[in-house]
Design a protein around this ligand. Structure first.
Ligand code: ZN
Ligand code: ZN
Length: 424
């Protein structure tokens, strides 16, 4: 016997029963994003590897050890998209969107690929919903982007979320802080893991990505960037907080929130859920004023977020939100003999063509077996056709909840089914 294969490690199948809750999340997100003026964009699943090494940053965990990079048959280095912002920024530049009225507001719903350790509850292919607003440096834009995500979570019924906020500074104030932090890391090298030693060398701010408890507590007392911001960054940070307050959003500041990407400037934020345990981030993002320029475009400010669909679905199920019921057929067709089977097959086709969800038997079940299936299917009506109905051009209609049966002409039965769909 041939050995059965499994889905690749760290991936999973989205089964039919998992679809309704996901669909609800995606539909709600598209509705919220639309209300805030975002339009959908889809970018390829793979990109030139340089987009991520330049955009996300050589010193990040993502670029150093989590990317699915391969050489295509033309000898080019390609990478499966590990995050959504750099590809959308690339599209913004490539399609000259900087010539449009700004800001340009875009959203996506796409799979992302990262070689993560599956035991952390993260997937190697996961789906993300995200928005990106290009062209505005206003702190109100940051506050609004955070508001979009807060609105989505609230309307989905997600509870127990904490909003954390930080500022990453800018190219004016961050370099001096980096020096300060590196000095601190060198002085306290014993308190940090070997990985952090490497991070300190490449980009000291990346030590905040470390999950090792010893490193985290050593960083608690490290110099804080928010205390070394330039006046412009400090003023921006205050106005973002005012914008959050105006939307009724409460938050706590968290100087360790650096969000794993080198492109962030000024605002970073994250919503964390106590329902998800240690790996508690549900979604977040920030401002990236240097990203567009870093990938070859004109200097363009930007701000956005990404939120994992799987994380939302998990948090929703932990809040006790139940999935909406699956779609059920309106009509289940039952054939009492061989000739009726042909009539039932044709009638099912007609019903579906008219917009009525209809199902029938394909397993040569007895009439009794077909009636059982009709009940199981959750259909509202069984349309039963036998010898008598064939002669009379009629259908015996059974209401499957009341058990009431009546004989209708074919056209009448069709109208009844249509009325059940339109609710008339
Ligand atoms: Zn600054
Ligand atoms: Zn560490």
């Amino acid at each position: 016997m041939t050995e059965p294969l499994s889905a690749p490690k760290g991936t999973y199948d989205i089964l039919p029963e998992d679809q309704p809750l996901r669909r609800r999340v995606i539909d709600r997100a598209e509705d919220v994003f639309g209300r805030y003026g975002y339009s959908r964009i889809d970018t390829p699943m793979f990109e030139d590897t340089r987009l991520f090494s330049r955009g996300v940053g050589e010193s990040t965990d993502i670029v150093r050890k989590e990317m699915y990079t391969f050489q295509d048959l033309g000898g080019r280095s390609m990478t499966l998209r590990p995050e959504g912002t750099a590809p959308v920024a690339r599209a913004y530049v490539e399609h000259g969107m900087h010539t449009l009225p700004q800001p340009v507001k875009l959203y996506y719903h796409s799979p992302m690929f990262r070689y993560e350790s599956p035991q952390s509850g993260r997937y190697r292919q996961h789906y993300q919903l995200g928005v990106e607003a290009f062209g505005s440096a206003a702190p109100e834009m940051d506050a609004e982007v955070i508001g979009v995500l807060a609105t989505l979570y609230r309307e989905l019924g997600l509870q127990g979320l904490d909003l954390r906020l930080n500022s990453m500074g800018c190219r004016e104030c961050r370099p001096a802080y980096s020096v300060l932090l590196r000095e601190y890391l060198d002085e306290h090298a014993d308190a940090f893991c070997p990985e952090c030693g490497e991070r300190a060398r490449l980009n000291p701010l990346r030590t905040f990505d470390c999950k090792v408890p010893g490193c985290r507590s050593a960083l608690e007392v490290a110099p804080r960037l928010t205390e070394h911001l330039c006046p412009a960054c400090a003023a921006h940070h205050v106005r973002v907080q005012e914008g959050l307050a105006m939307q009724g959003l409460t938050f706590m500041t968290d100087h360790t929130l650096v969000r794993g990407m080198d492109y962030y400037t000024r605002t970073t934020f994250e919503f964390q859920s106590s329902l998800l345990g240690a790996q508690s981030g549900v979604g977040g993002g920030g401002r990236y004023d240097d990203l567009v320029e870093a990938i070859g475009g004109p200097p363009t400010p930007g701000v956005g977020f990404g939120t994992g669909v799987e994380r939302i679905v998990l948090a929703l199920s932990r809040c006790g939100v139940t999935p909406p019921p699956p779609r059920r057929p309106v009509v289940y067709l039952v054939a009492l003999n061989g000739d009726a089977r042909r009539a039932v097959f044709a009638l099912a086709h007609e019903l579906r063509a008219r917009g009525v969800a209809a199902d029938l038997d394909y397993m040569a079940r007895s009439p009794k077996g077909q009636m059982k299936q009709a009940g199981r299917s959750g259909a509202r009506y069984a349309f039963i056709i036998g010898e008598e109905e064939l002669i009379g051009g009629a259908v015996t209609v059974r209401d499957l909840s009341s058990g009431e049966e009546r004989s209708l002409e074919s056209a009448e039965a069709l109208s009844l089914a249509l009325a059940a769909v339109t609710g008339v």
